[in-house]
Structures are given as structure tokens and as C-alpha cells.
Design a protein around this ligand. Structure first.
Ligand SMILES: [Zn+2]
Length: 152
């Protein structure tokens, strides 16, 4: 498996060359407005198509060692950074929970603007559906204030 993981890490690294070129508006306000309209009207793109990497190449979590999971997580996040895609996850999340949450994003669509800072939410502020489980979910803090308040 390690050899396959090594190849996959190289593929993830090479996917950085698929970062779309940033388009620049022409001179003047009208050209700028046209440019922004074109960005806004651009179709959503499947992340696997954007990266040139299908979610199917990723081995199931249970086939990977702790180290391999960490290596792949880092390679995925590193590649996303090259695409200007930031993501948030709890610091203490185990690699075997982060990995499937990252891989699941490859089959999702995004309104991607080349050159702009993009973000991926792994947890959608629904702690009971959190990919990290209720134990690690950091967004659950947003909901706790009321339930923990004895006066409410
Ligand atoms: Zn969460």
C-alpha cells in the first residue's frame, strides 16, 4: 500500500499544475464590470474536475495506516492551498476522521474563481452531522451557549 500512497502523493503534488490561470479585466470600469459578471456567471465546477483527481483514487480509510492517512491529508491540503482553497478543521481531529472528510469534497461542486481566495466548509454547523463527530466538532460551541445556561 505504501507504494500506492507514494504515487498518490506525487499525483496530488502534480495536480498543482492544474490551477487555472487568473483572468484579468481589461482597462476601465466597463471591462471590470464585464469581468466580474463573467466570474459570477461561470458555472460551478466539480472539484475532481478542477483538481484533475478523482475521488475514486483514494483508498478506503480502513486500508491506510495512521502515517499514510496523515501523509495523504497533508498532500491534499497542500494541493488545495495551491488552488487558493482554505479549509478549517478542529486541531485535535484524528487523521482517520479528517481523511474521509477531505476526500468527500472531491465529488462536490464549487463556484471557483481563479486567483480568488476560496473556502471549503467540512462541517456545516450541524454538530450531529459533523464529519468529525460531536466530540471533535468545533462548531458545536456556537450552539452550546443556550443549553449550558441554567437560566434559559
Ligand atoms: Zn462540526
Amino acid at each position: 500500500m505504501q507504494q500506492y500512497v507514494n504515487y498518490l502523493i506525487i499525483d496530488l503534488h502534480n495536480a498543482k499544475k492544474n490551477v487555472p490561470a487568473e483572468t484579468k479585466p481589461g482597462e476601465g470600469y466597463e471591462a471590470f464590470e464585464e469581468h466580474m459578471m463573467a466570474l459570477e456567471n461561470s458555472p460551478d465546477i466539480r472539484l475532481s474536475d478542477l483538481f484533475g483527481i478523482s475521488e475514486e483514487v483514494f483508498p478506503p480509510t480502513e486500508k491506510l495506516s495512521e502515517l499514510q492517512l496523515e501523509q495523504l491529508n497533508q498532500a491534499i491540503l497542500d494541493m488545495w492551498r495551491a488552488f487558493n482553497i482554505e479549509t478549517d478543521y478542529p486541531e485535535d481531529v484524528p487523521a482517520n476522521l479528517l481523511y474521509p472528510a477531505l476526500v468527500a469534497q472531491f465529488s462536490k461542486e464549487m463556484h471557483y474563481w481563479p486567483g480568488w481566495q476560496m473556502g471549503i466548509e467540512l462541517c456545516n454547523f450541524e454538530p450531529d452531522k459533523c464529519p468529525f463527530g460531536i466530540e471533535h466538532c468545533t462548531c458545536k460551541g456556537y450552539f452550546q451557549d443556550d443549553s449550558n445556561n441554567p437560566n434559559s
